[in-house]
Design a protein around this ligand. Structure first.
Ligand code: AMP
Ligand code: ZN
Length: 116
């Protein structure tokens, strides 16, 4: 995916504040943090969204969640965190490369959703 923003971040073509990297996943601080801790965890290999995952993606999906607790603790959210994965139009996903938001900080992050 030549022009995908997050593929370009993985390749280092666009700078990011890296928080974690292994052979399958990459994590970096959100450019517009909504909480004191706001990290994005992404698969290195392009996956558009949860709507496009297949059986072969199962391990990397697990890895994305498995690194969340360590990332939260290392970055100032010692007592828990919230994971958000927006998908598609209804989920209001803005970047078309699957990503898990890890949000937290010293204080609770707030209600899960506001009723609209
Ligand atoms: P979503 O609405 O779930 O697609 O979230 C996209 C997220 O990507 C937003 O929280 C943006 O602030 C974040 N974002 C967009 N561009 C960058 C960037 N260059 N570096 C870090 N985070 C970014
Ligand atoms: Zn991509």
């Amino acid at each position: 995916m030549d022009n995908c923003l997050f593929c370009r971040i993985v390749r280092g073509e666009i700078p990011s504040r890296k928080a974690y990297e292994d052979d399958e996943v990459f994590a970096f601080h959100d450019i517009n943090p909504q909480r004191p801790v706001h990290i994005l965890v992404i698969p290195k290999r392009h996956i558009t969204s949860l709507a496009t995952v297949s059986e072969v993606d199962t391990p990397v999906l697990g890895r994305m969640l498995a690194v969340a607790d360590q990332l939260a603790k290392e970055n100032g959210s010692p007592d828990g965190f919230r994971v958000i994965i927006n998908s598609g139009r209804i989920g209001q996903q803005e970047v078309g490369h699957l990503h898990a938001h890890i949000v937290g900080g010293p204080d609770p992050v707030g209600p899960m959703l506001k009723r609209v």
